[in-house]
Structures are given as C-alpha cells and as structure tokens.
Design a binder for this molecule. Structure first.
Ligand code: NAD
Length: 281
C-alpha cells in the first residue's frame, strides 16, 4: 500500500514557515507583505476561494484586501483597478480570481498585472521566465506539487515524469518545473495513448478534470502519483482524476483527494506573496 502524501499537514507547515518569515521581515525591515485579491461578480465558488485566501493571508500576518467588484464592471474599469494596485507600494501581490465574466478578456487583465506582483504566476512574463529556466513567480498549484515530491524525498532528476493535462495553469508549468529539475518529461492530452504513457511514469502528475480517468492497473509499480484533479460526483463525493484505491495498490506514494494538492495551492500563494514582498525571486 502506498504512502499517503498528507497535503493538509504539509500545507499547514508551509504556512507556519511563511508566518515565521513574515515576523522576521517585519523585525528586520519593518515590512508587512500585502495581498490584494480582486473578485468580479457573484460566482459562489470564487467567493469561497477568495474568502479562504484572505483568511490564510491574515493568519500568516499579511495585510490583505478583497476588491469585490460588480459583474457589470467594464474591462477598462477593471484594468484601471489593476493599475491602481500595481502602483500601490503596500500591495506586493495581486490576484485576480478566475473565471471572469464573459465580457472581460481575462488574458488582457492577467497581462495588466505587474509581473513582480503576479503571485498566481500566470503573467506571460512569468510563464516565459519559467520556460527559459529563469527565476520568477511560479503558478501555485504545480509549485505545490513540486514541494509534495520533495516532501516524500522524490528527486525528479533522471526519472521519467508523465504529466497528463496541458493547461496553462497546471499541466504545462508542471511539466516545465519537472524538466527544470532534470526529469525526462512527457506531456499527455486527449490524443495521447494514456495507458502506454502512464505505464512509463516514475512520477505521474494528473491535472485533467475527469473523475478517475487514470486506472490503477496502468500505474508503474513504485511510482509517485500526484493527483491534481478535483471532481464532484453526483453523490456529492469529491474524487480525483486517478482511481485512488487501485492506484494506491501499485504506487509507492500518492496524494489523496481531498487533502493532497488542494491545500498546497493556497500555501504556495502565501509563499509567492512573501517572495514578491521580500524581493526574493
Ligand atoms: P483544464 O480543463 O484547463 O485542462 C485540462 C487538460 O486536460 C487539458 O489540457 C486537456 O487537454 C486535458 N484532458 C482533458 N480530457 C482529457 C482526457 N480524456 N485525456 C487526456 N487529457 C485530457 O483544467 P485545469 O485547470 O488544468 O484543471 C485540471 C483539474 O485540476 C480539474 O479537476 C481542476 O479542478 C483541478 N485543479 C485543482 C487545483 C488545486 O488546487 N488542487 C488547481 C487547479 C486545478
């Protein structure tokens, strides 16, 4: 039976580390990191996410502000708000909660955030820095997944890593981070032969959004499995993209859903905001 990778406990430890770093920063430079979260409209899931981020920010000792804007805000008004936050020296991190209403071009809004304050790591400059192997703010979810690998002493160097899913926020940056860590990386998508590719993986990261797509029998014995998926089934149960029970029979370590990657995302957002505030990218 695989070792369970306890993302909840690891995330709590990271938040405690950030809190200690904030205290040191306050003492040494009189600086308090500030995180501004912008939310547009009344999407209930976005409200829950933003509340969680704000609470975590307060717990680690940041200043935090929620900018709750009406669904009818124009693109220009939203751009103006982002520019105002870019110019505010008390704000070190800016996060625009996605999705945005349809009449707003999300790519333009993301590109308007100063790359130095882009704590989501979605700005084209930060994506470019990652692909060039340069320091920069990294997307929180794959950044957290890398930390989970480190926590189970899984060094990617020389290993075969397979990433299923190629989204700009998870799959692609995940593959680049693994490559940067000297893994041999394969990226899979809808046209890939999943059973064949998955069978090669010493490290398997799945970010697809299809409940239990990856069957346990495909997994290489001893693989480390990171399941990013979060899918709500008809009975209300939350499941990942990997058939957990069967996968746990073959893997050496595996993340549960919930309680694996999920809690890491907010923890790494706190880490990113600290990095942005302390100028330590
Ligand atoms: P997305 O929809 O943007 O991307 C999904 C990717 O999976 C696409 O690249 C697509 O090509 C690929 N894909 C879809 N169906 C496939 C199939 N049948 N076979 C192979 N590839 C397939 O999704 P995303 O934003 O990357 O999120 C993926 C999952 O991760 C979702 O369940 C999401 O809820 C979850 N997620 C969790 C966190 C977290 O904090 N834990 C953060 C982000 C996303």
């Amino acid at each position: 039976m695989a070792q369970l990778i306890d993302g909840k406990a690891i995330a709590a430890r990271i938040r405690a580390e950030v809190q200690a770093d904030v205290e040191r920063l306050k003492a040494s430079r009189g600086l308090v990191p500030g995180l501004a979260v912008v939310r547009v409209g009344e999407d209930p899931a976005s409200k829950i996410y933003v509340t969680g981020k704000k609470k975590a920010a307060e717990e680690v000792g940041f200043h935090s502000w929620e900018h709750a804007l009406g669904a009818d805000i124009t693109q220009d008004e939203l751009l103006a708000r982002v520019r105002q936050l870019n110019a505010d020296p008390a704000v070190h991190g800016i996060l625009v909660q996605l999705p945005l209403p349809k009449h707003i071009d999300a790519e333009r809004i993301i590109a308007a955030v100063s790359p130095e304050k882009d704590v989501d790591g979605f700005h084209p400059v930060n994506a470019g820095r990652l692909s060039l192997g340069q320091p920069g703010l990294r997307p929180c979810t794959p950044f957290g997944a890398m930390r989970l690998l480190a926590e189970v002493s899984c060094a990617p160097a020389g290993k075969r890593a397979v990433v299923v899913g190629r989204s700009n926020i998870v799959g692609k940056p995940m593959a680049l981070m693994l490559l940067q860590a000297d893994a041999t990386v394969t990226i899979c998508h809808r046209k890939s032969d999943l059973p064949r590719e998955v069978a090669q993986a010493d490290i398997l990261v799945v970010a697809v959004g299809v409940p239990e797509l990856i069957q346990g029998e495909w997994i290489k014995p001893g693989a480390v499995v990171i399941d990013v998926g979060m899918n709500r089934k008809a009975d209300g149960k939350l499941v990942g993209d990997v058939a957990f029970q069967a996968a746990a029979q073959r893997a050496s370590a595996i993340t549960p859903v919930p309680g694996g990657v999920g809690p890491m995302t907010i923890a790494m957002l706190m880490r990113n905001t600290f990095i942005a505030a302390s100028g330590g990218v």
